[in-house]
Design a binder for this molecule. Structure first.
Ligand code: IMP
Length: 214
């Protein structure tokens, strides 16, 4: 096993990748999948999209006011599916993320997905007032095969005044992380640079540390 640490330059040979322990990640979002693959592979873990009969199972998103409740509800449903498939001893990762905008009293938060789909980025930009401070949070819930562990990552930043960049997904084109150069949005960074500062990067590096110790 490769100990936890920064291993951005580690690019395992495909043969070695087949021998790496696998983390099953239940997500319908290809952007999240590629970020998590890039994040965990340097630590010696291969990340698989969790599928049943070649399809990512649909999960019911509970009506909840916080990301932790949503992530725990999702992992519980995922573990139930593992049990039905006779795969209970396998791992399962789920995560829930949200964007919290200060001037909108932390909206959209747990409703980020709904607001992204219904309003879109341009209309979110119009809602933001002079205070442009915001943060992302990721709650990652990981079933080890025996227990669930929860990891939380936060990234502080500013909402840009216009859409900037082509990369990433979701709110990336309007979010400028403070830990970057304070100018570029996540959508103007590659995966590796985004993950260095991002909510998901912070949560998943804690998971990598946990995996290396257990
Ligand atoms: P969920 O975690 O899939 O429920 O994500 C909620 C919403 O936030 C969706 O619209 C995602 O596209 C968006 N989102 C989640 N993570 C990120 C991110 O890292 N950057 C930008 N948008 C994100």
């Amino acid at each position: 096993m490769i100990p936890a640490g920064t291993r951005e330059d580690f690019n395992p040979h495909p043969l070695f990748r087949d021998m790496m322990p696998t983390v099953n990640f239940l997500t319908g979002n290809p952007g999240k999948l590629s970020e998590v693959q890039a994040l965990l592979s340097p630590f010696g873990y291969s990340v698989n999209s969790f599928e049943v009969d070649g399809k990512v199972p649909d999960l019911v998103e509970p009506q909840a006011h916080d990301l932790t409740t949503v992530a725990l509800a999702k992992v519980a449903q995922g573990v139930e599916i593992l049990a039905q498939e006779g795969r209970l001893s396998e791992s399962l990762l789920v995560e829930d993320s949200g964007l919290f905008i200060d001037s909108l009293t932390n909206f959209p938060g747990v409703y980020s997905s709904h607001i992204f789909q219904s309003l879109g980025l341009e209309r979110v930009l119009k809602l933001v007032e002079s205070n442009r401070e915001a943060h992302f949070i990721t709650v990652a819930a990981y079933w080890t095969g025996e227990i669930v562990e929860v990891f939380v990552g936060r990234c502080d930043g500013l909402i840009s005044t216009k859409i900037q960049g082509e990369g990433g997904f979701g709110y990336d084109p309007i979010f400028i992380p403070l830990e970057g150069d304070g100018q570029r949005t996540f959508a103007e960074m590659n995966n590796e640079e985004k993950s260095r500062f991002s909510h998901r990067g912070k949560a998943l590096r804690q998971l990598a540390e946990f995996l290396s110790e257990n």
